[in-house]
Unconditional design. Structure first.
Lengths: 35, 162
């Protein structure tokens, strides 16, 4: 499998996917605290 | 008005713009430009005159950004880095920024010194250094996307749904 970081598009898409994943992680952390 | 947080936030933003701006310059412009320049033997101008100057501002802007960010967190520094209470959002941004800073000073700069001839290296070491520096820089470009999201969300949590 090719490393996505070898292309600019792969890098940007990986960053967007990571943002979405971390968004849900952060929501869980915030909800846990205030629940 | 409390001057310290106001000045630190301003400094954090200015240094951050310089850091990430130069990171995007390297990844979106210089990598492709060096490839094209190598094909017609004109890469020397970039590696000799542009890259060292860009790297100078890049690595010091990274450090200033982090220090100003740490000063901004102040007494909430530990709460942010342990993702505690309502500091989880800015904490994720702070962790991403910290990993990026370590990439700059621990991987990108030491390997760029070999590539640019600031530190002696064999051709084989230079090939290895080029790959490590490239991947570390691309990793930072990838991490900058969620990092900027969480930095913005940390300061404006309501509009980001936190």
């Amino acid at each position: 499998m090719k490393n996505p970081l070898d292309s600019l598009w792969g890098t940007v898409i990986s960053g967007l996917v990571l943002t979405i994943v971390l968004y849900f992680v952060a929501q869980k952390l915030v909800v846990q605290v205030f629940a | 008005m409390d001057y310290v947080p106001a000045i630190m936030r301003w400094l954090h933003l200015m240094a951050g713009v310089m850091w990430i701006g130069l990171l995007y310059y390297f990844n979106f412009v210089q990598v492709a430009a060096l490839k094209a320049a190598a094909a017609d033997n004109t890469a020397g101008g970039i590696t000799k005159h542009v890259a060292p100057r860009a790297l100078f501002y890049f690595r010091w802007a990274a450090l200033v950004t982090w220090l100003a960010g740490a000063a901004l967190l102040g007494g909430n520094f530990v709460a942010a880095f342990t993702l505690h209470a309502n500091f989880a959002v800015i904490g994720i941004g702070a962790w991403l920024g910290t990993i990026m800073l370590l990439n700059v000073w621990g991987l990108i700069w030491p390997n760029q010194k070999k590539i640019l001839g600031i530190k002696p290296a064999t051709d084989e070491e230079k090939v290895k250094a080029r790959r490590i520096a490239f991947l570390a820089s691309r990793t930072n470009t990838m991490l900058s996307i969620p990092m900027l999201f969480f930095m913005a969300a940390g300061a404006h949590s309501a509009i980001y749904g936190f």
